[in-house]
Design a protein around this ligand. Structure first.
Ligand SMILES: [Zn+2]
Length: 56
């Protein structure tokens, strides 16, 4: 725990992505067939993409 500051810069990197509708894209974690799956969802239009960078 004492060494946490060393990697804090990369660990707390929160990139923001925005959908073409202007809504903010949030990451969601889903469980599918026992696997953890991360998807990106627009808060406004509920559009789903595999990656936040797919919102253009
Ligand atoms: Zn949207």
């Amino acid at each position: 725990m004492a060494q946490a500051s060393k990697n804090s810069r990369t660990g707390s990197a929160t990139q923001k992505f925005f959908c073409s509708c202007g809504g903010e894209v949030r990451m969601k974690t889903l469980f599918e067939n026992g696997k953890i799956k991360n998807i990106a969802e627009c808060e406004k239009c509920k559009r789903l993409e595999r990656r936040p960078s797919d919102f253009k």
